[in-house]
Design a protein around this ligand. Sequence first.
Ligand SMILES: [Zn+2]
Length: 619
Amino acid sequence: MTILEQQDWQDTLDSFCHAAARQILAGISFAEFRLRTEGMLPVLLKTLDVPKSSQTTEMVRSMATQVALEIWNATPIPENRFRPRKQAKPERNAPCLCGSGKKSKQCCAAIDAPPLGISEEIMLTQVLAIMPAKKLAELPLLELHPESLALVASQWINEEQPKKAVALLEKLFVHIDQLDGRAELAADTLLNAYLEVNAPRKKQKFIDALKAAPDKALRSAGWQRQTTVHSDRGNYADAWIAFREAQRLTPNEPALSHLEVLVLLSEGRRSEAQARARFWAARLSRDPEYDHSDLIRLLHDLADGSDAGLLRTLPLGRGPQADLGEAISHWPAPACHYRLSGGAELTPKKDLSELELDWMELVEEGDLEIAILFLGEEPLAGQSFRILRDVSEMISALPENLPGSGDALSRQVLERGAALRQVVLSKLKALKKELPWGFLDNRPLLTLVSYCVEAFIVTRPTEMLDLMRWSVNVANPTDNTGLREVLIHALVATDLADEAIAIAARYPNDFASTEYGRVLAFFAAGRLDDAETALKAAAARSPKVWKMLHATNPKVPRFNPRGITIGGDDEAYDYRKNHLELWRSTGALKWGAAIKLPARPTAKLKTAPPVDNKQKPLF
Ligand SMILES: [Zn+2]
């Protein structure tokens, strides 16, 4: 089973057990329960992919009997001091439980159905979940399995009732002196609940209590959480002290592997993280008692640092990034839900445009969690350039699950956008058409293209060069996304100066970045006279850029959150940061230094057209 199929199966089994617990607690008889189980069975069989043809009456009846028996005998009854009221399995020659009147061995016991693996803890969780909170608080908590309490509490957290979870688990940990490692999940759940109710001091106090617990495993758990707290704050010295303490207490604890690799990664020590991941993997694989293959895979995925590895580990965590990763993984293959109105405007068809309206309403409200939920529930969302653009903008606002996971997710969304662009434009025969920026519906696709260039220009320069050519020359000749700057300089860097000159020529009196790019292009093409004229014009219009290119150690200016100031220090600094290397390597910097420039700008500047690809952040 894949992780998703497992999830599906788990969900089905969960609701199955939940319904069963309700019925048993309501006091129905075993015979009645068996009959209802038979009615609910098809859902289970469907999730298990059992074909209808093999579901004979005998098979369903027999399976219902065995499943009913398994669940019934695992369900703790509150009035029975939380012990099941067991129904004995009939002798082989006794009448069958299904009421057929036949002997058991000739009836339901004749077919061998493997048990579902439903334990008392699982059913206890269901029973506790059904009970009212008030009644729960009166329970003898120490008599119940702490993992079941933890599961009930996490359910409350998921249902946005973290206070209830805190109340229940704090009551459990009053008895911390009598608890052992089995309470670790409950401890983690309480820590999560503190996070949800925003009580960092209570959280630290509880970690301190764990660190002082009599039980070694709990004490180690306390030091492990302390490690994470320090690491999250960037305090690695104390993080390692806490980690060593946990390691001293429980050297064989498998969770330490994951923790150590994570802290190394957050600290940016990737090669050591990889070495430790290999070390732990070898060690865990020798464990004779448990199969750690999932953990081993996770360690390798974490340490290898590839996007695919990170994205595979994402669903194992919690939080919005994990939810978003999950939502994206359910999107179907890209398909075209657009038409080309008037041969130039990318218009979403009815289903998609309705979805986008709902989405925009959600975005207005600015609730990230709900937005992510929407993406999971509406697979069509993955077919919308507008939604993909918004998603790629909102990722940076999400708390990071693992070091680098935000960037990996963002690249995944951009790749999706690129694949969708191919599908849609091929289908609409619009690959060689202009998609004017003036039409609002064209903008999301064009903006995604510019994000894509930004994300992949270093790792896939050739592909991005072609993408920029397409954007600047074909789709968006007014280049409102500002790609010409990157394109012109990239062309110069790849010895395609003539092409750079031609592109720069299409944008006369442009931003400083185009003006100086033009100089570079002429210089690289060996047209020194043209280069000199262009340099004089550029330096007259944007003198700060020229000064900044020659400065030895320029101060970082204040950046305007609304964008670059034309003629400002920030513009000059930005240009230097992005292109100084090219000026140096081409020799243009040295050449230019020898040219005498007019001392002051000759004319009042005309403002360049605004670049409006960077809209204000949505979230
Ligand atoms: Zn039977």
